[in-house]
Design a protein around this ligand. Structure first.
Ligand code: FES
Length: 104
C-alpha cells in the first residue's frame, strides 16, 4: 500500500511552477501544470543531483537549473542532454485543497 503524504496546499504552487517538498530525509518536487493538474517527481536532477525546484517549468517540462537538462514531469522522461536517466514520478491526488503524494 502506498503511503499518502500531505505535501502542500493547492495554492502553495503557482500554475506552471513547482515547489520543493522534503519528507523523511528525501526530497521531492511538486508541479502544477498549465492545465491545473498536479504531479510529483524526485526533487533532484538525475544528472548531478541539483534541486529541480530552482529550475524552470515550461508547459510540461522542467528544466534543470544547472546544465539545462530537461524532463517531462508527468512521466519523468528525460528529454534533453545532459540528463539521460529518467526521473522517478509519484502518484498525486488532491483532497480538500491539499496535495498528497504517494511515497513508498
Ligand atoms: S545537474 Fe541537472 S542537467 Fe546537470
Amino acid at each position: 500500500m502506498p503511503q499518502w503524504v500531505d505535501a502542500c496546499a493547492v495554492d502553495d504552487v503557482e500554475e506552471e511552477d513547482l515547489i520543493r517538498f522534503d519528507h523523511s530525509g528525501r526530497t521531492f518536487a511538486i508541479y502544477r501544470s498549465p492545465d491545473d493538474e498536479f504531479y510529483a517527481t524526485d526533487g533532484l536532477c538525475t544528472h548531478e543531483h541539483v534541486h529541480l525546484a530552482d529550475g524552470l517549468v515550461m508547459d510540461h517540462i522542467i528544466e534543470c537549473p544547472k546544465h539545462n537538462g530537461r524532463f517531462d514531469y508527468r512521466t519523468g522522461e528525460a528529454k534533453g542532454a545532459p540528463a539521460c536517466v529518467n526521473l522517478k514520478t509519484y502518484p498525486v491526488k488532491v483532497e480538500d485543497g491539499r496535495v498528497l503524494i504517494a511515497v513508498e
